[in-house]
Design a protein around this ligand. Structure first.
Ligand code: ZN
Length: 442
């Protein structure tokens, strides 16, 4: 039975040590350094978000690494890369090809939101691309004598767990782990070599370490069908605030499935987020990494992320034109918690209209406009969105279960596939989730 250790920074391994430089007791800011003889490897270089990020300074131990290895392109795993580069890091940056693309898009978007000038953004992206080294899944590569490989993590297209071996040490870092049976994505890897020694240490995420998801694939599909059908009857806009990276694509998959099978009427669906469009494009170019179900759809001639009524809105002026569209229309736009982006104008226009449906598909953090709108569900009232205060007469709907993270049962099942696992260092979960998981699985 593996020993499960919550909220701890330093973990010894046979010939070295593993140090959590971020996400020790929180969900964001993942950053871990693995030291083995001859190699200091940094896995992820995230930025802590929200309240966790106040006073954050990149630890020197990060910039002293020889190489950076990325698990996936979400900002909480890659957002400190610009600072790392400014501190003089010039080692290779390894990731799967889709992760490198999504990382570049996320960095561009993140720097833009911080107000960086276009020339500055181009400079950072140029440096990043010069160091980037794409590596396919399951192909071992050498980092100063350490053998490293990416394994499917099923969280996002291109997302990976990292396996590192050197001498007597074998370490696995889960990265963010998806749920088995998620649309588009293959399930997290469960086939680990049994003839190369036991796994000394697993560094594992624990976002849902204290919870179990109640909604499976079929239930999500049924719930979305009911919400869309009733929205179409109301005849107004369906406004979906959605995160561009991962969430937008999963949602498109479910809508495509409902439309193509005739379970919901064929109404226009707008992707009104440049970032969401760019990431969807990356998904489509790496479709060979889709799961069996989506590959089968492609083979039948059905693109699982496209249908006749779907259209892309690139320009801001076309986004504003959507506001005048009369009749049923689905608009998917960022930001996911309504803090900014194109969804804001849609909400200002749509919230006072009783024909509108606002559909939440993800967690709304306390203090965000999204949380305020959610609190008005069923009782109305006025809410602040952008720089305006508007009356809520729209229907507020919530689609549950679209999480891209494994729950405690799924984490335990995944972890139990690792041969000879001795110790589990939990990270990327709040303190309560980590302690609860240690008690549950220990
Ligand atoms: Zn993630």
């Amino acid at each position: 039975m593996a020993e499960i250790v919550p909220c701890t920074e330093l973990h010894p391994i046979p010939d070295g040590e593993v140090r959590l430089l971020g996400a020790v007791r929180t969900v964001t800011g993942a950053m871990t350094r693995v030291d083995v003889p001859g190699a200091r490897v940094l896995v992820d270089c995230g930025v802590p978000q929200g309240a966790d990020g106040r006073g954050f300074r990149l630890p020197d131990a990060a910039s002293e690494a020889h190489a950076l290895v990325l698990t996936h392109g979400h900002l909480d795993h890659i957002g400190s890369i610009p600072t790392l580069l400014d501190r003089g890091f010039d080692g290779p940056i390894y990731a799967t090809a889709p992760t490198l693309e999504i990382t570049a898009l996320s960095l561009e978007d993140g720097l833009g939101l911080q107000g960086a000038a276009p020339r500055e953004i181009e400079r950072v992206l140029g440096r990043f691309r010069a160091l980037a080294k794409p590596v396919p899944y399951d192909r071992a590569f050498d980092v100063r004598g350490a053998t490293v490989a990416f394994r499917e993590a099923g969280h996002l297209l291109g997302s990976a767990s990292v396996e590192l071996r050197r001498g007597r040490s074998r370490v696995v870092l889960s990265g963010d782990l998806g749920r088995p049976d998620s649309p588009i994505l293959r399930d997290p890897n469960t086939e680990w070599a049994r003839d190369v020694g036991p796994v000394d240490l697993l560094v594992m995420e624990s976002t849902y370490g204290s919870r179990e998801h109640a909604h499976d694939h079929a239930r999500i599909s049924r719930d979305l069908e009911a919400i869309l059908r009733s929205a179409v009857q109301r005849g107004g806009h369906v406004l979906v605030p959605a995160f561009a990276v991962g969430r937008t694509q999963v949602l498109l998959w479910f809508i495509d499935d409902l439309v193509e099978s005739g379970r919901v009427p064929r109404i226009p669906v707008a992707i009104d987020t440049p970032m969401g469009l760019a990431v969807t494009d990356t998904y489509q170019r790496f479709r060979k990494l889709y799961d069996k179900e989506s590959l089968a759809k492609l083979a039948r001639g059905d693109d699982p992320l496209d249908f006749t009524e779907l259209f892309a809105v690139h320009r801001g002026k076309d986004s504003r034109r959507l506001l005048d569209h009369d009749g049923a229309l689905v608009v998917i736009a960022g930001s996911g918690m309504c803090t900014g982006g194109r969804i804001v104008n849609h909400l200002i226009e749509g919230l006072p209209d009783p024909r509108t449906t606002v559909l939440f598909v993800g967690h709304q953090a306390e203090g965000t406009p999204g949380a305020r709108i959610l609190a008005a569900k069923g009782r109305g009232g006025r809410v602040q969105v952008g720089d305006r205060e508007v009356e809520v007469r729209a229907e507020i709907a919530v689609l549950k279960g679209l999480s891209a993270h494994a729950d405690r049962k799924e984490l335990t099942a995944w972890m139990n596939h690792l041969p000879g696992l001795a110790r589990v260092a939990l990270h990327h979960g709040d303190e309560e989730a980590q302690r609860s998981f240690a008690a549950y699985a220990g």
